[in-house]
Design a protein around this ligand. Structure first.
Ligand code: GTP
Ligand code: MG
Length: 138
């Protein structure tokens, strides 16, 4: 059984889509074992997305992530990392498969409704960034 870190991004919380997105996760067999709504500062967003520091969109990304509350969550299930990324769809909603979160809800390649960890090591780091062990109730 695997765990992954998911974030429902500001464009989605602004449009009140948390429940609809969570339904897609649950329908795919992912279990939400931790969840909280938080407001990131730009500095906190910058720390979380540090791997993208050299990318041209880094400033825009940090500003966007701090522009409204986000819902951070831990999803658990068989192959949770890959399964979550399948449910999310491609980064650019124009390329996202029908029925995925990004195909249905994302507004642009930047404002694309969800984040999901991309590997076991990053999942562990990203979960620890937002949650203590006591908050994970599997
Ligand atoms: P995450 O799950 O959020 O990490 O998405 P990803 O793994 O599909 O994409 P990637 O890690 O390559 O990029 C991280 C995030 O940066 C994306 O989800 C977008 O929000 C943002 N991003 C990526 N490419 C662009 C871009 O060309 N322009 C802008 N404005 N944002 C981008
Ligand atoms: Mg990524």
């Amino acid at each position: 059984i695997e765990r992954t870190l998911s974030i429902i991004k500001p464009d989605a919380t602004r449009r009140n889509l948390t429940g609809k997105i969570n339904a897609k996760f649950e329908d795919a067999g992912l279990r939400i074992i931790a969840q909280k709504r938080i407001q990131l500062t730009e500095a906190q967003a910058g720390k979380f997305y540090e791997v993208h520091k050299e990318r041209p969109f880094y400033g825009e990304l940090c500003e966007f992530m701090a522009s409204a509350p986000v819902v951070v969550q831990v999803l658990e299930g068989e192959n949770a990392i890959a399964k979550n990324r399948e449910v999310m769809g491609a980064t650019n909603p124009a390329d996202a498969a029908p029925g995925t979160v990004r195909a249905e809800f994302a507004e642009s390649v930047g404002e694309n409704s969800v984040h999901g960890s991309d590997a076991p090591e990053t999942a562990a780091e990203e979960i620890a960034f937002y949650f203590s062990g006591l908050e994970l109730v599997g």
